[in-house]
Design a protein around this ligand. Structure first.
Ligand code: 6CS
Length: 312
């Protein structure tokens, strides 16, 4: 059979490279075929998620930045300063986390989804028109976020005016100055040409962009044992590839941006400058518990334990 797999990015972006590796493994080791649908071919992220839940798609990649409207607990990945900056610890976490491997699959299952993998797509940078070094500088600035409510809380706490938008509206809104900025990993700022409509790219170290790949649960459950194993192995194969792949792309993206737009400013806030953002983040943790209750608290505690373990 041909299995349909939708992603939120283009085929050469991180989700596309992951999907390609997954497809290669499946097609090499079975008679099955995979057709990948890049962003734009089947609608926005929320549209492809609905299609996956309905079984029109067998596989879907959706990031917690959007899944938070469906599974509030998934927003734990969006919490500011939850991740360390050390990339080895991050890899260990995504490989071994009990929260990811044991707890989140149950929450996704309730939505008709088999959670196959979660993986990082790189540190999140903030693009703006003017430089900022403290929350006060962001007052009145409209910063676009993905549609998960916790991101709105984050940018409120950071002093800005959060503006949730579907991806398709971001470039145009920056161009027409409807919004002042947005947040995304460096590879995406380059590949989606967001730097063309931004002047400053700032790192405050607040998040690692996380994404998740899922299968429609009825489809997955109905597979014979050997195909279930095949899907798991293909996921493992793609996952291992993508962790290393990404280590090279941040620098490449930065170099390309510099070359294409020499006037762009890259800013990295110091530990001291990050302090007020870290402090503001504490309110966001409270909001997370408000939004997710006992279930969210439990999974966040496990995540924090997993992160501690991963840093050893
Ligand atoms: O900002 C967004 O909406 C998009 N960012 C990334 C890195 N991937 C997909 C997502 O739609």
């Amino acid at each position: 059979a041909t299995w349909k797999y939708a992603i939120e990015e283009s085929i050469t972006d991180v989700q596309g490279v992951y999907a390609t590796k997954f497809k290669e493994y499946i097609e090499k080791n079975s008679e099955h075929k995979i057709k990948i649908y890049p962003y734009g071919t089947l609608g926005e992220s929320v549209d492809v998620m609905e299609q996956a839940q309905a079984g029109i798609l067998e596989f879907v990649d959706q990031s917690p930045g959007f899944t938070g409207t469906l599974i509030p607990e998934a927003q734990a990945f969006l919490l500011p300063y939850v991740f360390p900056e050390n990339s080895k610890a991050i890899d260990n976490f995504f490989k071994n986390s009990k929260a990811i491997n044991k707890m989140f699959p149950k929450l996704y299952a309730k939505q008709g989804l088999e959670l196959l993998k979660m993986f990082p797509e790189g540190a999140v940078s903030i693009t703006t028109q003017e430089p900022f070094t403290k929350p006060k500088d962001l007052n009145g600035k409209k910063i676009r976020v993905m549609t998960s409510p916790l991101l709105v809380e984050t940018y409120k706490a950071f002093g800005a005016v959060p503006t949730p938008l579907a991806w398709g509206e971001v470039y145009g809104s920056l161009q027409t100055k409807i919004i002042d900025g947005q947040e995304n990993p460096m590879f995406w700022i380059e590949s989606a040409k967001l730097y063309e409509v931004s002047e400053v790219i700032t790192d405050i170290g607040h998040n690692i962009f996380t994404t998740a790949v899922m299968a429609n649960k009825n489809f997955f459950d109905s597979l014979p044992k050997k195909d279930k194993k095949l899907v798991k192995q293909a996921s493992e194969h793609a996952f291992n590839y993508i962790l290393d792949y990404q280590k090279t792309i941040i620098k490449k993206a930065k170099d390309k941006i510099k070359k294409d737009k020499p006037s762009i400013k890259f800013v990295t806030l110091s530990d001291e400058q990050r302090e007020p953002f870290r402090k503001a983040a504490q309110d966001v943790y409270k909001k997370f518990i408000e939004l997710t209750g006992k279930s969210g608290e439990k999974i966040l505690n496990q995540m924090l334990k997993d992160l501690e373990e991963a840093a050893k």
